[in-house]
Design a binder for this molecule. Structure first.
Ligand SMILES: C[S@@+](CC[C@H](N)C(=O)[O-])C[C@H]1O[C@@H](n2cnc3c(N)ncnc32)[C@H](O)[C@@H]1O
Length: 329
């Protein structure tokens, strides 16, 4: 559970984090398309929830997801907001290069969205809220601008899955608390493993870029699935699904889906995760369930505790982030 920070502390965090992403925009060289099919289906999200709809990404970075929704996702309007000028410049360049008319990027704080209540049909955020200083507040704000009946998706660092990285961050923060450049230098020297893995996944992105996202980051929080379920309840959002799943039986559904074959390459550099996943696909893949499940039962404490522990033991930091989707009531 993270501390409640003052407005002044949140302002300072925002300035440092956004400044870092302006100098080192994220992501670069990600093949977003190969991730989306499996992830959305496992989350219980059907294309009809976004096709032809007005969508929002909170903290869009270089705009990869916004462009995917605008083009592949066939949404009517794909809006992405972020505060980092460096990232927004890349996003606008990608939009121009791809002539993506229905994508718009705006400079805006995810903690104070300049949109009316109930404005978007579908809203999502990947890897952002936990670095704002007010993770639940950012989630509430995303829910506020989403229409009742609309889908919301939040992806943040997990207490368990992120642990291998958190422990390294703690050591580096002791050595160079106020010097991100030094932390990155030391991190690249003493803990090069995660970058080599991520570099493979992000197709030869330079390691320095990845090191800034991991060790240069001035502030981040980690949260458990139970905490996020509490936020959903308080914001009157009905749980839909999780990625990776939070109930053991949902893994058999996930691995019965053919979309896993596209996603598989994102496990490159994580041999244990890839081996276990391939085995699950071998066991479950024969069923070829073509049916969409759009509502999974909410996971209980034992089941989600077990799954999160597995992310730590098998994920090897690949499951730093976890994602939960729901429907605003
Ligand atoms: C790791 S990147 C995620 C980018 C994108 N969601 C993706 O996964 O492709 C985090 C982004 O959050 C943005 N960010 C951090 N705090 C923010 C805030 N308060 N308001 C808007 N954007 C913020 C940063 O500028 C950065 O671009």
């Amino acid at each position: 559970m993270a501390d409640i920070l003052t407005d002044e502390e949140i302002r300072a965090i925002k300035e440092k984090n956004v400044g870092m992403y302006s100098k080192h925009p994220w992501p670069v060289n990600r093949r977003t398309a190969e991730e989306m099919g499996w992830r959305l289906k496992v989350l219980g999200i059907h294309p009809r929830e976004f096709e032809g709809k007005r969508t929002l990404e909170c903290g869009c970075g270089t705009g990869n997801y916004v462009i995917w929704y605008a083009v592949e996702g066939k949404v009517s309007e794909a809006v992405g907001v972020d505060l980092s000028d460096g990232s927004l410049a890349v996003a606008n360049r990608l939009k121009e290069e791809g002539k993506v008319e229905n994508a718009t990027f705006k400079k805006m704080d995810v903690l104070k969205l300049d949109f009316p209540d109930n404005y978007f049909d579908y809203a999502y955020s990947y890897g952002v809220f936990m670095i704002t200083g007010d993770t639940e507040g950012a989630f509430r704000e995303m829910v506020r601008v989403t229409k009742p009946g609309g889908t919301v998706t939040i992806s943040i660092y997990n207490t368990f899955g992120r642990w291998p990285v958190t422990i390294r961050q703690k050591i580096l923060n002791k050595l160079a608390p106020n010097d991100p450049d030094k932390r990155v230098k030391l991190g690249m020297k003493y803990f090069p493993g995660p970058f080599k893995k991520l570099d493979k996944r992000y197709y030869g992105l330079n390691t320095e870029q990845l090191a800034y996202d991991t060790f240069g980051i001035p502030y981040e929080e980690v949260h458990s699935a139970g905490e996020v379920l509490g936020w959903l309840k308080r914001a009157n959002v009905k749980y839909k699904g999780a990625f990776a799943p939070l109930r053991v039986r949902d893994y058999f559904y996930a691995f019965s889906l053919d979309e896993y074959k596209d996603f598989r390459s994102t496990f490159t550099g994580y041999p244990a995760t890839q081996k276990v996943s391939d085995l699950l696909y071998k066991i479950s893949g024969g069923r070829k369930s073509q049916e969409y499940i759009t509502q999974f039962p909410s996971p209980g404490p034992i089941s989600r505790g077990f799954c999160q522990l597995m992310w730590l033991l098998i994920g090897g930091s690949r499951f730093s982030c976890f994602t939960i989707s729901g429907v605003k009531q």
